[in-house]
Design a protein around this ligand. Structure first.
Ligand SMILES: CC(C)(COP(=O)(O)OP(=O)(O)OC[C@H]1O[C@@H](n2cnc3c(N)ncnc32)[C@H](O)[C@@H]1OP(=O)(O)O)[C@@H](O)C(=O)NCCC(=O)NCCS
Length: 183
């Protein structure tokens, strides 16, 4: 099984047995505020998401990992690689974390693991992320992980009865610092 090891967490592909825990986290309104996660969120949404993911995996366009606590093996949230584009060698990431685990640097660790995997193992050249304004926590964490703000797509998404501008963030392989031993 694919496993990306960090200090406090590891990432592994999401599986069907995660459905109930995904539901328990994702039904919180704040998870849906700046994402396409539906609200209200039902257990069926979780199973439908996992079913779609199996289809995306077969097509090779997405992989979604669980962020898992190393000590307890508890699932904490999800981080996905989407629109995997092997011609242009780029991928888009998206993530959410269970509300009770916010503010401890967990998603920053997960983003770094995925970026390293994209460049080192998948041989991609660029990782991008879209942040709906004003999702400050997400913008800050991407900058901390070395992403640069590339532009703003104005009134790009209509959701929750309002328009959102989307900030495009990206990191290039040549900007990413592998440790000497890894290179
Ligand atoms: C965005 C999200 C994944 C962040 O996860 P997290 O594990 O709490 O993030 P981290 O702790 O790694 O980093 C967040 C950073 O933003 C900072 N931050 C958070 N809220 C902030 C605010 N309102 N103002 C300023 N800084 C803020 C944190 O202090 C932290 O920086 P620090 O490490 O320098 O202290 C989480 O809030 C979440 O799941 N949100 C809902 C779903 C979502 O919006 N997903 C992203 C879509 S693009």
């Amino acid at each position: 099984m694919l496993k990306l090891e960090g200090k406090r967490i590891y990432l592994r592909p999401v599986r069907r047995s995660d459905a109930e825990q995904i539901y328990r986290y994702a039904r919180h309104r704040e998870i849906s505020r700046f994402t396409y996660v539906p609200y209200p969120y039902r257990l069926e949404d979780s199973y439908a998401f996992l079913k779609s993911l199996r289809r995306w995996r077969r097509k090779g366009t997405s992989e979604v990992f669980g962020m898992v606590d190393k000590g307890s093996d508890q699932l904490l949230g999800l981080i996905g690689m989407h629109r995997i584009d092997r011609v242009n060698k780029r991928v888009e990431i998206g993530y959410w974390l269970g509300k009770e685990h916010w503010g401890k640097g967990i998603t920053s660790e997960a983003v770094r693991l995925v970026v390293r995997y994209a460049f080192k193992e998948m041989k991609l050249q660029k990782v991008v992320a879209r942040v709906w304004h004003p999702n400050i926590a997400s913008a800050i964490l991407l900058k901390k992980c070395g992403f640069k703000l590339e532009g703003c797509l104005r009134r790009q998404t209509f959701r929750n009865n309002r328009w959102y501008d989307e900030f495009m963030f990206g990191i290039l392989k040549r900007e990413y610092k592998f440790s000497d031993r890894e290179q």
